[in-house]
Design a binder for this molecule. Structure first.
Ligand code: SF4
Length: 262
């Protein structure tokens, strides 16, 4: 799939910011340290009224519930219904979110293809097979939400044009959901940016072409890896740029293995 995006819904994330995923956990409400005493007696509230820091288990439960609710909201979204009905495929929205409150690795992807539209599960297609090979994981690990979250630039199959090519992700999807989704998820240890739209949204327009960005992968801080889309449409690109399989993919698989092995 290829795509181009305008500028209206971009939220460029500088590498340092993206590494820390400042769109990650919104800790508001959890940031108060433990109550260790009160110097304002007798104005102090009784012990039972003193707010205590939530346990990590309670925090995890709240985060999981936040993600579950957001995912349901996304599944119910029909913002693009009329736009999709006017494509050559004349389909209806079927959002395919795969969020996680626990995953240490984020796959920032592009948009579902028609096979994913049918299956309702991300990357159930040859692109997914290739991506898993690049990551060095099988399906069991890939679909384990304790390991991977998947956040595409659009949650629905955008349809095809008259020539049969997939349309770009509708911009309204990232504008509506992306910042909220990132804010609901944890601070990722590794963000894998897959394809031009995700590269531009996270890194900004100044990032250059996909080839330039991926070729310069070493200039990004640890925790960010840019990739081309794993579609068969990029077979020629992959053949032309042999350094990609020889140098970048081993590093990608090593980082994934290291994080999942911790
Ligand atoms: S692509 Fe995104 S904004 Fe459009 S209907 Fe699907 S979930 Fe909603």
């Amino acid at each position: 799939m290829t795509a181009s995006m305008g500028t209206q819904d971009k939220r460029p994330v500088a590498p340092d910011e993206a590494r820390g995923n400042t769109g990650g956990i919104a800790m508001t409400g959890w940031s108060t340290g433990p109550q260790t005493g009160c110097r304002r007696e007798p104005a102090c509230p009784p012990d039972s009224a003193i707010a205590v820091e939530p346990t990590s288990k309670a925090r995890a439960t709240v985060m999981a519930e936040r993600v579950r609710r957001l995912e349901q909201e996304i599944r119910d979204c029909r913002l693009c219904e009329s736009a999709f009905l006017s494509t050559a495929t004349a389909h209806r929205p079927r959002p395919v979110p795969w969020l996680s409150s626990e995953a240490p690795i984020l796959i920032a992807a592009q948009a579902p293809g028609v096979r994913v539209h049918r299956s309702g599960r991300p990357f159930t297609d040859p692109s997914g097979d290739r991506l898993r090979k690049w990551l060095g994981v099988g399906e069991t690990e890939f679909y384990d939400r304790k390991k991977f979250a998947i956040l595409p630039m659009a949650f629905c199959f955008p349809g095809t044009n008259d020539a049969g090519s997939d349309l770009p992700p509708p911009r309204i999807c990232a504008a509506t959901w992306r910042t909220r989704a990132l804010a609901a998820m944890p601070r990722f240890r590794l963000i894998i940016l897959v394809g031009g739209p995700a590269l531009r949204w996270h890194l900004g327009d100044g990032v250059g072409t996909v080839t330039e960005t991926v070729r310069d992968w070493r200039r990004f801080p640890p925790g960010i890896i840019p990739l081309p889309h794993p579609s068969w449409r990029n077979n020629a690109w992959i053949r032309r740029h042999s350094w990609f399989e020889r140098e970048l993919l081993p590093e990608l698989a090593a980082q994934v293995a290291s994080i999942l092995g911790d």
